[in-house]
Design a binder for this molecule. Structure first.
Ligand code: SF4
Ligand code: SF4
Length: 367
């Protein structure tokens, strides 16, 4: 049968390789929150096989299933057949957009980004009281969630960089637009160029990102290749901070939530832990950690399109923190911080911070 959609051309063999073993079910956060087998990786692969066999049409009726995936890649890590479910889902969403079928929450998102240059379609980011676009060794690139939703955490990160004497500048940044690929669109090349231009004008040799998704996008997407060509490194703040000695400690029991974008997608597991162990002698792991970490439920557009399920996924993660008696949950992603903080358990005994925010508070209290 002639392939009709791009996903068939790229992933037909992988979809057929799914043996229906079901190993993915136990680790899928969407299944964990909904208990609906149709929504786990196996259910999605079966559905796509039916589309390839022309038994069903790719149309609006499949939105519910195909847009309920956080692209966390936990299924892939546990799949004996090596089926790259998250990549397949992203390609299918592109095919859907091409035939005019997209989740209503994201319809026209590419146009929104063109006009407003941030995912929230807001006019101005928070005021971080710092001059931008200076000449500096480093650029701190905030990202949309940090600039428009988790501005307190971002302010604390900037204060920490100041306390550590780091020579950085903020820039007039726009959305990296990586997130467009999660919901069926392509990265906006004009936005990518705008970001690269403001970064290059500062003369900086390194960009530190606060957001794991910006980090992924800058490092892996061809639209940002010019950064590498010009010798500009892009690191996540978790990598940058592990070389510092903060001179402060907490006696609280601390645990760490691995963001999918930093952990499973980029392999950064030890750097944040190296930093946390320095400041928190009573560091404990949650039952699912590193490669097996449970997703917070925010990614892949799920928070925007299926908020209730997204919060249910975050609660499952918070329950793991409760199980190990954590008083503090640290993470390295504004999106995870945001979703976990919104989920709140009944009688919750812990607080949730970005690692930078927590260290900054400890240093401030010690001054
Ligand atoms: S673990 Fe892989 S092969 Fe097994 S059902 Fe899930 S996607 Fe298919
Ligand atoms: S990528 Fe994550 S949310 Fe999507 S099907 Fe796999 S385990 Fe489930």
């Amino acid at each position: 049968m002639e392939p009709k959609y791009e996903f068939e051309k790229k992933y037909r063999e992988q979809i057929l390789r799914c043996s229906r073993c079901g190993f993915c079910q136990a680790v899928c956060p969407v299944f964990g929150a909904t208990l609906r087998p149709a929504l786990n990786a196996r259910g999605k692969m079966l559905l796509l096989k039916e589309v390839m066999d022309r038994k069903i049409e790719l149309n609006d009726e499949l939105i519910e299933t195909l847009f309920q995936c956080t692209t966390c890649a936990n299924c892939f890590k546990n799949c004996p057949s090596g089926v790259e479910v998250a990549e397949i889902i992203k390609q299918v969403r592109k095919d859907m957009v091409n035939i005019g079928s997209c989740h209503p929450a994201f319809k026209g998102m590419n146009e929104v980004l063109k006009k407003h240059t941030n995912i929230y379609a807001e006019e101005e980011p928070a005021d971080f009281e710092r001059e931008k676009n200076l000449q500096a060794e480093l650029v701190y690139f905030i990202g949309c969630v940090g600039a428009y939703r988790e501005d307190e955490a971002t302010m604390a990160t900037l204060e920490l960089l100041d306390r550590l004497g780091v020579d950085y500048t903020l820039v007039d940044e726009v959305c990296c637009s990586g997130v467009l690929e999660d919901v069926g669109y392509r990265i906006n090349e004009d936005l990518a160029q705008e970001n690269m231009d403001v970064i290059m004008r500062t003369g900086a040799g390194t960009v530190i990102t606060g957001c794991p998704y910006c980090f992924r996008t800058f490092n892996n997407k061809p639209q940002y290749a010019e950064l590498k060509e010009k010798g500009i490194d892009v690191v996540h703040i978790a990598q940058f901070l592990q070389g510092f000695d903060f001179g402060v400690k907490t006696d609280k029991r601390v645990t760490y939530h691995d963001p999918c974008d930093l952990g499973r997608h980029c392999g950064i597991y030890e750097e944040p832990r190296n930093t946390i162990r320095k400041i928190a002698p009573d560091f404990v792991e949650m039952p699912d950690n590193r490669e097996n970490a449970l997703c917070c439920g925010a990614g892949g557009g799920v928070r925007g399109a299926y908020a209730k399920n997204s919060i249910a996924m975050a609660r499952r993660r918070l329950q793991q923190a409760e199980e190990v008696g954590a008083e503090v949950i640290l993470t390295e992603c504004n999106s995870c911080t945001h979703n976990l903080a919104n989920a709140k358990l009944r009688k919750q005994k812990f607080n949730i911070y970005n690692t930078t925010q927590f260290i900054n508070e400890l240093m401030e209290a010690a001054e």
